[in-house]
Design a protein around this ligand. Structure first.
Ligand code: HEM
Length: 392
């Protein structure tokens, strides 16, 4: 994948370069992982580079592969599109994830096979070099969430089942800007483990990213199948960060979540950052954007937040260091009484947050997948890399 210098792109992008961040080795960041004090912890930052394979360039990150779905649907990748010779219902082609995998490689993959994929994802997280804060983890979590968060419980459409973000109509939805990077990072794994569906690969990568960042175990199981362009859902199903609490409720109630689950899921913003060239917003939520902690809630509650004066969308900055940000939707979580109660609970008790996040994220990743497709009735627990080395 080609890299190009950010500074050469637009004046708007240079704005984000002008904000000074101190730089420390990533190992030191990791050491600071579990710290919950509000002392400003410096973190490495290099947003001076990004991938040129954005959806809008006509190249999604999924170029080159051809694969077979039950010998009927041939998917040719080119310009981000898959062209099928016979665009039938994915469900009529493959009744289950097990059947699809068996047709692809003549075997039924087991937990050990998925653990191998997990391990490969875990290894590549840190191969990010100077991409963002040195990890692909956050953008992989965002991919897993956006692939699943299109679900509508009324019409039972959307969700992680058909991995429809491979298709340009969905890849080009504004909310998905930048996710070509995450899809591109995972594409070599799809080639190596051709039996895994894209939906399984993307969601499993999200689980690996959470667990490897020090987050909770997220129960996960296989069974998603690859669908067609016609399964793409309309634009506008993912949340708009410029809005408030009512909007959050509309979006997440539509997926079947309640207020407590909305707050738990939003805690994923402990990870990663906003990018001017993707969402228009800029900056990280926490001082340790590659570690999964309850810091998002602590900072939201305890820092003084003010509207940032800048030539960009309305966002908040912390008064003290001006290096952290909150989106209007994040801020809505402390403006609403019901949400705020849960924010306080998670700020006070990280293990409660971990438990609730794990349950809500696991459910999010399963949205839209018919029960009959799962390869196992009880979800699995994938082992972290360090758990596996400890055992040796
Ligand atoms: C509550 C409604 C939500 C809104 C409005 C929202 C909005 C956003 C926005 C605007 C970005 C910045 C994208 C960019 O510029 O790169 C972002 C990043 C991110 N979001 Fe959310 N999000 C929401 C919920 C969630 C949920 C439920 C999760 C996961 C469970 C999540 C995980 C992430 C992660 C990990 C990033 C960082 C990505 C990176 O560093 O590349 N978000 N979100």
């Amino acid at each position: 994948m080609a890299l190009r210098s950010l500074s050469a792109v637009t004046p708007a992008l240079r704005v984000c370069n002008s904000r000074a961040f101190s730089s420390i080795p990533r190992g030191a960041q990791q050491a600071a992982r579990r710290t919950t004090t509000l002392t400003a912890k410096p973190f490495a930052r290099s947003s001076a580079r990004f991938y040129a394979t954005e959806p809008g360039t006509g190249k999604s990150g999924s170029g080159g592969a051809t694969w077979l779905l039950l010998g009927v649907a041939v998917a040719a990748i080119g310009g981000g599109y898959y062209v099928y010779s016979s665009p039938q219902d994915a469900e009529t082609l493959a009744k289950s994830g097990k059947q699809a995998a068996k047709a692809a490689v003549g075997k039924t993959p087991k937990l050990e096979d998925y653990q191998q994929v997990y391990n490969k994802v875990a290894q590549l997280l840190d191969e990010a070099g100077d991409y963002d804060d040195g990890s692909y983890g956050p953008v992989l979590v965002r991919l897993a969430w956006h692939a699943s968060g299109t679900y509508d419980k009324e019409t039972n459409t959307g969700g992680s089942n058909y991995a429809t973000m491979r298709f340009n109509p969905e890849a080009l939805h504004g909310a998905n800007n930048g996710l070509a990077i995450a899809r591109g990072v995972l594409e070599p794994l799809k080639k190596e483990f051709s039996w895994i569906s894209y939906g399984d690969l993307w969601t499993l990568a999200g689980v690996a990213a959470i667990q490897e960042a020090g987050g909770p175990k997220v129960p996960w199981r296989a069974g998603r199948i690859d669908g067609f362009e016609k399964d793409v859902t309309p634009d506008g199903r993912l949340p708009d960060a410029a809005q408030g609490g009512d909007h959050l409720r509309n979006i997440f109630y539509r997926m079947g979540f309640n207020d407590q689950e909305i707050v738990a899921l939003a805690g994923a913003h402990a990870l990663g950052r906003c990018h001017v060239d993707r969402s228009g917003f800029e900056g990280p939520w926490t001082f340790s954007p590659t570690s999964f902690t309850n810091e998002f809630y602590n900072l939201l509650l305890n820092e003084k937040w003010q509207w940032r004066k800048w030539n960009g969308p309305k966002q908040l900055e912390d008064k003290k260091t001006k290096s952290l940000m909150m989106l209007p939707t994040d801020y809505a979580l402390i403006q609403d009484k019901s949400f705020k109660k849960t924010v306080q609970a998670y700020a006070a008790d990280e293990s409660l947050f971990f438990k609730d996040f794990s349950a809500a994220f696991a459910r999010l990743l399963e949205l839209g997948v018919p029960t009959s497709q799962w390869v196992t009735s009880t979800p699995w627990e994938l082992k972290t890399l360090s758990e596996q080395t400890e055992k040796k």
